[in-house]
Design a protein around this ligand. Structure first.
Ligand code: ADP
Length: 603
């Protein structure tokens, strides 16, 4: 599969054709100075003028040249702001494009060129699926306390004021690469990712999710950037407006284009120039470097506190990947956190697409310091390929049948004989959707300290341990507490009494409330881009009761058939119709996987 990735900035267009799985680039083009008289296409060694071209004209000129003789299966578009609505990669249908238009006021510098690129590319390549991948999406998991500002609530609601965060595609990608390098499950890791380029931001990634990030409602908050101020006392802005008589556009220009490294150094936004001048004694350049590093350190300390600790600190993007000096300034004297810098490894750290991770902490440092090559185009291509694969629409790609599992019992050979008589074998009543499993004619009474549940169905075949799966509501009826467990995990669970026609069995353990899960064949897992024991969120679309279930366990086996299992309480909450006497009954509902967790395997 090959994906075209389109990244339209205000005055540039970056185009890549790549294999989303290997990351191999088949073709690349850059258009610079879009909208200016000296607009130019750079492709290979060629530099072709396209005088005064806007985004649409530049794409119409470039795409036929770039795609000549190349088959492309999908188009991935970078979109900076997804607002509150778009928190996952989304197929670009007409209604979505229209909704994106309404988001432009949230990111006036970024979204209009993104949208111009989408409109033009859809018109030029109408037969291909186009997918929007949002910079904000990864941060949709931030808790309310991290995304709220302390402004009047009504005003914030009216204007959509909240922290959205940006560079999400990059933060998610490098956190995932770091988890893979460390050979740890990202869900067990607390990572601070520092994306330090012309734009710069830090993110706290806990258990694979963004829990805090330095950019805010707009990409202006947080770190010192090339030309953006990052954090400033809001009082200063009021003061400048009053004393200098600056209007809104003047303030916008000042904070977005004349500040940051450029404002402090007076020599522009390129750190290479600033570092060279600082080395020859330029005080302004020295201060620019110090302020930049200090701000990043401050955020690292804050985010370690936010997560109650940190296991790895990751540096990426132009400055993070290339400036050993800046990494040194930022990470020296972090011993108190458990992060010990190795000067030689830092100086020698190099990353490339073929070797994307370099470590620069001392051997034995509890907190690992890493340089990770970001690859936003590849991450976008990966998401676009995932949505486009084998499907005409997102919905069709993501449908998972739901089965509602009523209370039921699994028995051992020994328990079957005690409860139903010596030599008794279970009688199949009807097969269940998972191959080899069946509901039995046999039913039992479950007896708890407070109450009894009659006619609870037994499921076959027999197992090596007894297990009784009930819902939270059943717990109240029985007067017991059952832990939420994966099926088969009965260690240290409470016991319960079972009454059958021939005898009684009192179990020492085995009473559980089943953890919601999705059975998947390996082919389905590959299609959804998930692996065994990943934990996902699932959005359930029902009539008037849409819900999102978190903590849904993925279980992959060649023996499984694609199906999500909920218990009756969960199904009732989402208004899905229920099971039938212990039988797993498929319902009319369907679910949509939300890819939010960097625990997902990108390969
Ligand atoms: P963007 O946010 O525009 O994608 P990049 O991630 O490409 O930015 O980062 C660009 C910045 O990286 C440059 O402005 C430059 O300051 C910095 N940079 C690149 N290489 C080096 C280097 N070898 N040493 C110091 N800084 C570098």
């Amino acid at each position: 599969m090959h994906v075209l990735v389109v990244n339209c900035g205000s005055s540039s267009i970056k185009l890549d054709v790549l294999d989303p799985h290997s990351g191999e680039r088949l073709a690349t083009a850059r258009v610079e100075r879009v909208g200016h008289p000296d607009c130019v296409l750079l492709m290979g060694d060629d530099s072709i003028p396209i005088e005064g071209a806007d985004h649409a004209r530049a794409l119409a000129f470039t795409l036929p040249r770039l795609l000549e003789g190349r088959a492309v299966d999908a188009v991935g578009h970078r979109v900076v702001h997804g607002g509150a609505r778009f928190d996952a990669p989304t197929l670009l249908e007409d209604a979505v494009v229209e909704a994106l238009g309404a988001l432009s006021p949230l990111a006036p510098l970024h979204n209009p060129p993104n949208l111009a690129g989408i409109v033009a590319a859809r018109a030029l390549l109408p037969k291909l699926p186009h997918v929007a991948v949002f910079d904000t999406a990864f941060h949709a998991t931030m808790p309310r306390r991290a995304r709220s500002y302390a402004l009047p609530k009504a005003l914030m609601e009216k204007l959509g004021i909240r922290r959205y965060g940006f560079h999400g595609t990059s933060h998610a990608w490098v956190a995932q690469q770091a988890g893979r390098y460390l050979k740890e499950d990202p869900r067990a890791l607390r990572i601070i990712t520092c994306h330090l380029g012309n734009g710069a931001s830090v993110t706290a990634v806990e258990a694979g999710r963004s829990v805090e990030t330095s950019m805010g409602m707009t990409p202006l908050e947080g770190l010192v950037m090339g030309t953006r101020s990052g954090d400033v006392d809001p009082g200063i802005i009021l003061e400048i407006a009053r004393k200098e008589g600056l209007d809104i556009d003047g303030l916008d220009k000042l904070l977005n284009h004349q500040s940051g490294l450029a404002g402090l150094s007076g020599v522009g936004n390129d750190l290479r120039d600033i570092e060279a001048r600082a080395a020859s004694g330029d005080e302004d350049c020295r201060l620019a470097i110090q302020v930049f590093a200090h701000r990043v350190r401050k955020y690292i300390g804050a985010y370690a506190a936010v997560m109650g600790g940190v296991d790895a600190i990751v540096f990426t993007a132009g400055i993070g990947e290339n400036s050993a000096l800046m990494r040194h300034r930022i990470t020296q004297r972090l011993d108190f956190l458990g992060a010990r810098l190795d000067e030689d490894r830092n100086r020698d750290a190099r990353v490339s697409p073929a070797s994307p991770v370099a470590e620069f902490s001392e051997h034995g440092s509890r907190v690992r310091l890493l340089v990770v090559a970001t690859d936003e185009a590849r991450a976008i291509a990966h998401d676009a390929a995932l949505l486009a694969a084998g499907a005409q629409s997102v919905e069709a790609a993501s449908m998972i049948p739901i089965a509602v599992s009523a209370r039921h019992i699994h028995l051992t050979r020994e328990a079957v004989e005690t409860l139903f008589g010596a030599g008794h074998t279970l009688t199949p009543y009807k097969p269940l959707s998972q191959p080899g499993q069946f509901a039995c004619e046999e039913k039992l009474t479950v007896v708890g300290p407070k109450g009894r549940l009659a006619n609870v169905r037994v499921l076959g075949p027999e197992r090596s341990e007894c297990q009784v799966e009930i819902s939270r509501t059943d717990e109240f009826a029985l007067g017991v507490d059952a832990p939420v467990r994966d099926s088969g995990d009965v260690a240290n669970s409470p016991g319960i009494t079972l009454e059958g026609p021939a005898g009684v069995v009192t179990l020492a353990k085995g009473l559980i409330c089943a953890r919601r899960h999705i059975h998947m064949h390996p082919d389905d897992a590959a299609r959804f881009g998930v692996g065994d024991r990943d934990v996902v969120e699932v959005a359930v679309d029902t009539d008037g009761r849409d819900m999102i279930f978190g903590d849904v366990l993925i279980r992959v086996s060649p023996k499984y058939k694609l199906e999500m299992h909920l218990d009756t309480d969960e199904a009732n909450a989402a208004q899905l119709s229920g099971g039938d006497g212990g039988v797993l009954a498929s319902t009319g509902g369907s679910v949509r996987l939300r890819r939010r967790n960097v625990g997902f395997d990108a390969e």
